[in-house]
Design a protein around this ligand. Structure first.
Ligand code: SF4
Ligand code: SF4
Length: 200
């Protein structure tokens, strides 16, 4: 698949997931706390490079890749996500410098489901939601049992990414490493004077 098609395909997976989560939000009341970004303030977030292919493409297309790489070079590979900005948070934003192009894992921080040993979807959510929205959490748990085919399963969305490009999806890496690999992967696609890949 060409990189243009990979970008479109990953974007489509994210759009579908966002719609799915919005539906669950309206049905259960599960919703992030206002201006909370506790999940981005972690240093052990892992992701696969494919999750950041749309981010990488947008950086190349907007001419901001060099600036971004400098920021990445100054980030600890196993530290805070390079897109996390406490300064942005202070100004009233949530703290992600490119929320629209965030990865799959970021979209599922709030809630998602994994299959338990009996094959029943089990809610996975954060401590903040459990503490602050117990009724919504109870409803969301119930949905996993009552409408198992309708809840957003981590596995289904990961498999969709895997089917787009197994090499870019198979490894879970520290988030900054995943972002760097996504940028490197697109280098030859966007490098001046290099013909675009047409291998599909
Ligand atoms: S990409 Fe954005 S949402 Fe995801 S961990 Fe980084 S700062 Fe948080
Ligand atoms: S997922 Fe939880 S910790 Fe992260 S922003 Fe939402 S409420 Fe806060």
């Amino acid at each position: 698949m060409t990189f243009d098609k990979i970008v479109l395909a990953v974007d489509k997976v994210f759009r579908d997931l966002d719609e799915h989560l919005a539906l669950m939000t309206s049905e259960t009341g599960m919703k992030c706390l206002h201006l909370c970004n506790a999940c981005c303030r972690k240093t052990d977030i892992e992701a696969s490079p494919i999750e950041f292919i749309p981010l990488a493409a947008s950086l190349y297309e907007s001419g901001k890749v060099d600036e971004f790489l400098i920021r990445l070079d100054h980030s600890d590979e196993t530290g805070y996500c390079v897109l996390f900005s406490p300064e942005a948070w202070k100004d009233g934003n949530w703290g992600c410098l490119n929320y629209e192009k965030r990865g799959l894992i970021c979209r599922l921080f709030g809630f998602g489901y994994r299959l338990n040993r009996e094959g029943i979807p089990e809610l996975v959510t954060c401590k903040k939601m459990k503490e602050n929205c117990p009724e919504a959490v109870a409803k969301a748990r119930q949905s996993g049992c009552e409408t198992p085919d309708e809840v957003p399963l981590f596995r289904n969305y990961s498999m969709r990414l895997y089917s787009i490009d197994p090499d870019l999806s198979i490894r879970q890496l520290p988030i900054n490493k995943a972002i760097r690999l996504a940028i490197e992967k697109l280098y030859f696609h966007y490098a001046p004077g290099v013909e675009h890949q047409t291998d599909d």
